[in-house]
Design a protein around this ligand. Structure first.
Ligand SMILES: [Zn+2]
Length: 300
């Protein structure tokens, strides 16, 4: 695919926010070339572009926006959009949080199937990694290396017998995302649920939208033996969508999460020699396109 895409028709769904517990209506609308992915809070009349320079917090979910106008838990929807090759779309929300649906990206892929696709006349631009960039935080680390494809190698390791070590590598295409990652659900630890609710988090969480992990096992059936690491890869695809362009590089993550995903994106954009924004030409080769580089201001 060499040209930018949007959706063919408007689609909507309703759900609840994982953290807010509030009912929310989500509508996806077609958008012109070079619009990018933009959120619109219909209750506030505010627009928030899906870009790293809009990240407000990212402890339990990735939150964009400022001045009271935020959009929360954007990552599973963004993963579905970027994996489906949608470059331009308006995402309307009636509340502050994207609906959690079943805790995965699969319901959003279904919604995008309903929406169809429209090819636009403008060429697609991608962000190609030219030299390695690494970020670390304690024993967590994440890096991105030059590659001809978007690839992720992810390792998780938690102090829990079920999640001691899971590792997986995928070349991220629409097919591999759909077949291997999209259905992997978010997860949480039963012993953290009470504390999270006291903090106003996970108010909409249930066994219908998250894998809940007890001391000896999971409370609901797994979709994949390694569903946890697959979900972390899905999160990374969604968080890295905030670069503003599809990424061409090999991402390697060890015990990472939303904070490190977005830290890596910012570190990459802060080093102009580490990447180039290039147009994808008719034979799928890439030509430098310096004019397309967005004016990002790195956030400290
Ligand atoms: Zn997630």
């Amino acid at each position: 695919m060499t040209a930018q895409q949007t959706i063919r028709r408007q689609v909507s769904c309703a759900g609840i926010g994982l953290h807010s517990g509030q009912k929310v209506m989500l509508t996806l609308k077609p958008a012109a070339a070079d619009t990018g992915i933009r959120f619109r809070r219909t209750d506030l009349g505010r627009e928030i572009p899906a870009r790293l320079d809009q990240v407000a917090t990212c402890s339990y979910a990735t939150v964009l926006g400022h001045d009271g106008a935020t959009v929360e838990t954007v990552e599973h929807l963004l993963a579905a959009l970027v994996a489906s090759g949608i470059d331009n779309v308006i995402i309307e929300l009636s509340q502050r949080e994207v609906p959690i649906m079943d805790g995965s990206s699969a319901p959003f892929l279904f919604l995008l199937q309903e929406a169809g696709r429209k090819t636009l006349t403008a060429p697609r631009r991608v962000l190609k990694v030219l030299r390695p960039v690494q970020v670390t935080s304690g024993d967590k680390r994440m890096a991105v290396y030059p590659s001809d494809h978007f690839k992720i190698s992810y390792t998780i390791s938690f102090a829990h017998p079920l999640l001691k070590h899971q590792t997986r590598t995928e070349r991220i295409t629409e097919a591999t995302f759909t077949d291997h990652l999209a259905a992997a659900r978010t997860f949480g630890f039963l012993k953290e649920v009470e504390w999270m609710r006291q903090q106003g988090l996970a108010l909409g969480g249930s066994l219908d939208n998250a894998i809940v992990i007890g001391d000896t096992g999971v409370l609901n059936a797994l979709r994949f033996d390694d569903e946890f690491v697959r979900h972390k890869m899905l999160d990374a695809v969604g968080d890295l969508a905030l670069l503003g362009y599809p990424l061409i590089g090999h991402v390697v993550a060890h015990r990472a999460g939303h904070q490190l995903h977005t830290d890596l994106g910012r570190a990459l954009l802060a080093d102009p020699e580490a990447f180039a924004v290039v147009e994808v030409d008719a034979v799928g080769q890439m030509t430098p396109q310096v004019a397309g580089v967005p004016a990002y201001t790195p956030v400290p």
